[in-house]
Design a protein around this ligand. Sequence first.
Ligand SMILES: [Zn+2]
Ligand SMILES: [Zn+2]
Ligand SMILES: [Zn+2]
Length: 229
Amino acid sequence: MRVSVEKMGKLDGKTCFICGKYLLNNSTNDLAYLQLPSGSTQRAKPDKYYLFECPNCGKVAHKRCWYDVGEQKIKKGWFRGSDWRMACPSCGLQLSSTRSERTDWKRGYQIPGHPDDELIELHVGDVLTWKAGSIFGKIGKAIDSFFKGVGLGSLSDSETNAVAAAAGRIGKTIRDVAQQVFRLELPPEERAEIKQLKCQNCGAALPMPDLFEEAVVCAHCGTAHLLPT
Ligand SMILES: [Zn+2]
Ligand SMILES: [Zn+2]
Ligand SMILES: [Zn+2]
């Protein structure tokens, strides 16, 4: 069941009970393997991954983590080697029958008895969209931590030029720009994740600046916003 971007907030901040990492974070190791007709497997294109919730205790983990840690060794006794089975590391629920060999994540791929369409399915693109939006939700609520209000007169020459250029793009001049300017304090590398901007003065949507533009001015109220470059 694919989790929509709107519902992803329910998983935000929650961690995998097995590896301790965020459920909304994944590595290339989490991505699916394809079962080939020959019986071998091949790593699939990294566009989705799965979470599995224990049907007994309700704890959630990355699917790979179930294979990495949920595959448990059962000693058969002296000189008779070991069997393996998948069990919940939290409550002990048995998820597979006993097998003579360990099934690793690459070969296992399916949780026994729980096909992928029953699992929590996360598309990497959806997760990125949600994360970008969540930065904005937080900026809207916690202006002080991301946007700092500064006076127009305190800007450097290059910042003033950037504001003037931004004003020009919406048919205004620097004289139309409000005295309070908002500076977005984010590391420049996070700027690419910004998908929409709102005016910190009036709340109107701001035009998305090109990657090399340093400022954007609200067409509605004339408030300038400086962006990290
Ligand atoms: Zn995990
Ligand atoms: Zn469990
Ligand atoms: Zn505005």
